[in-house]
Ligand binder design. Structure first.
Ligand SMILES: Cc1cc2nc3c(=O)[nH]c(=O)nc-3n(C[C@H](O)[C@H](O)[C@H](O)COP(=O)(O)OP(=O)(O)OC[C@H]3O[C@@H](n4cnc5c(N)ncnc54)[C@H](O)[C@@H]3O)c2cc1C
Length: 497
């Protein structure tokens, strides 16, 4: 695809977000240089939960079954007070959610990264350099030159776009003059990861124990692991809380001696931050490089993977000459409101859990118990907010929502419908050239046809146009949809009206 560049895209960081980005780009035939400063997978405990939408994205890059085999479906998430009363309960269940996968899936992040690395190794269009650190870059016209070094040996490569997936301390972000805005949440926690010996002695559901003396999290993870997290007091420093006696004391009330084996501990400061700008010229940032959130909603990694799902098809359309580079402005305008909604949810949950004043905790308990009595429990997947303004048909009330993935006797509709954008509906009379120019296909619905027709009827539309990231561009007349979508890809303005 490139005439004058070594690579179409350089991705910095082979954490989960960078790995998924590289795979989503490679799927479109885009050449990628993937730089990772470490040789091994980051071993410290982090993400434990991914949602249905992330499983669908994993499905699209061919790793969902491997991920599912080392993960565990979570059916309930509870917030309890110190007496064991339920303050909040989320019944997620096992049934397939909108994306065709269970709402809530517990994972062991290093195991997932192992699966992703193996998949990357199979892709000829990804040149992966482990043990190679990005240093700096400069942009000249349409070319970004990236400087990096491997064991002290300096090198460089030029590309059309640079994508920083280099985590919370992103050098790509700093070198691009971008910065994170503090949204005002900061709490230190100790994370204790264990290997499970006897799962029958562990809590069956994910729990937040809203104990003002010691706010605590207990989460099931995939791959035979269980995690506890304990909020730290100001005077408790890292050395003290990592000591075996301190850890044993924290776990004592869970009565799991002999049921688990300590794997490792780590302290984290849980924060909420979002980058002011997510793009500078031809340089973009995604994942923890662009936003941080406390882990109470299990959405930090999920948000990063949604970022690259949103961004990579746009890069693909631009590199294939089917879209103007101004399409990239829609990356932040679409994603930031979604990310902020997830940060708000995580901070709301964090503020429920992290109360340390006993009187305030009593008032919180009373309030939440009354609310639960009046409103009942939430069920199903957590609400998935619509995207913000961007390449969406503003007149359509379903624009920006996720298009469902239908399931039938173990089959999933995305596998049948294929990659790229879809125009789906009744008697669509649009010629192949028009569709091809916009990168849109009319998939054969086969045995999913009755389910799709029912969905269209329920929504009240004859046709829908679904973007490659499975977000609905809009619904209505097929010819008008394809015209508006094609215009949106090419137009110079920042957003589609
Ligand atoms: C305790 C805890 C629990 C969490 N639980 C959840 C959860 O349940 N669900 C969820 O969705 N999220 C959760 N998260 C958040 C999640 O772990 C992160 O959002 C996710 O790891 C971010 O992925 P990333 O790829 O953006 O960044 P990282 O995983 O940080 O990867 C960045 C990569 O870039 C590399 N890198 C950095 N600088 C350079 C450089 N100069 N050159 C080359 N490479 C470089 C790093 O070595 C690293 O491999 C949790 C986080 C914590 C701390």
């Amino acid at each position: 695809m490139t005439a004058t560049c070594d690579f179409d895209v350089v991705v910095v960081g082979a954490g989960p977000v960078g790995l998924v980005a590289a795979l989503l780009l490679a799927k479109q035939g885009i050449s990628v240089l993937l730089l990772e400063k470490e040789r091994s997978i980051f071993p410290l405990p982090r993400a434990a939960h991914i949602d249905h939408e992330i499983m669908r994205i994993f499905q699209s890059i061919g790793v969902a079954d491997d991920v599912a085999s080392s993960s565990e479906v979570s059916t309930r998430y509870e917030f309890l007070n110190v007496s064991g009363d339920v303050l909040m309960r989320f019944d997620t269940g096992r049934a397939a959610a909108l994306s065709g996968w269970p709402p809530s899936n517990m994972i062991h992040q290093p195991s997932i990264e192992h699966v992703l690395r193996a998949r990357v190794a199979e892709c000829d269009s990804i040149d992966t350099r482990y043990g190679t650190a990005y240093r700096h870059h400069e942009t000249c016209g349409e070319v970004v030159t990236v400087h990096f070094d491997t064991q002290g040996k300096a090198s460089q490569a030029c590309c059309r776009f640079l994508l920083g997936c280099d985590g919370a301390n992103s050098a790509v972000r700093a070198n691009s003059g971008l910065s994170l805005v503090d949204l005002g949440f900061s709490e230190r926690w100790l994370v204790i990861d264990t290997k499970v010996i006897d799962s029958s002695r562990l809590p069956r559901h994910n729990l937040q124990i809203c104990d003002p003396e010691r706010p605590t999290t207990s989460v099931r993870m995939g791959a035979g692991r269980h995690r506890w997290e304990f909020m730290l007091k100001a005077e408790e420093d890292e050395d003290r809380v990592s000591a075996p006696a301190f850890v044993a004391n924290l776990l004592a009330r869970w009565d799991v001696d002999g049921a688990v084996e300590l794997e490792r501990t780590a302290t984290y400061t849980f924060e909420a931050r979002v980058a002011n700008d997510w793009m500078q010229d031809r340089v973009l940032i995604a994942g923890d490089a662009a936003h941080l959130m406390p882990p109470f909603a299990g959405q930090g990694l999920c948000s990063g993977i949604r970022d690259v799902e949103n961004l990579t098809w746009k890069l693909g359309a631009i590199l294939a000459g089917r879209a103007n580079t101004s399409l990239l402005f829609s990356y932040q305008t679409e994603r930031e409101p979604h990310v902020r909604a997830m940060i708000d949810l995580a901070v709301m949950m964090g503020k429920v859990v992290c109360v340390t004043d006993p009187d305030l905790a009593l008032a919180r308990d009373k309030n939440l118990i009354e609310t639960r009595r009046a409103s009942g429990d939430a069920s199903g997947a957590i609400p998935n907010p619509k995207l913000g303004t961007g390449l969406l048909q503003a007149t359509s009330n379903i624009a920006g929502e996720l298009f469902p993935q239908f399931t039938h006797k173990g089959s999933r509709s995305d596998d049948l419908f294929g990659h790229g954008a879809w125009l789906i509906g009744e008697s669509i009379g649009i010629d192949g050239n028009t569709l091809g120019a916009a990168g849109v296909s009319i998939p054969s619905l086969s045995y999913f046809s009755p389910l799709v027709s029912q969905w269209l009827d329920d929504k009240g539309y004859n046709a829908v146009l679904v973007r490659p990231d499975r977000v609905i561009f809009g619904g209505g007349n097929a010819a008008e949809l394809i015209t508006a979508y094609a215009d949106g890809l090419y137009q110079e303005a920042r957003v589609v009206a």
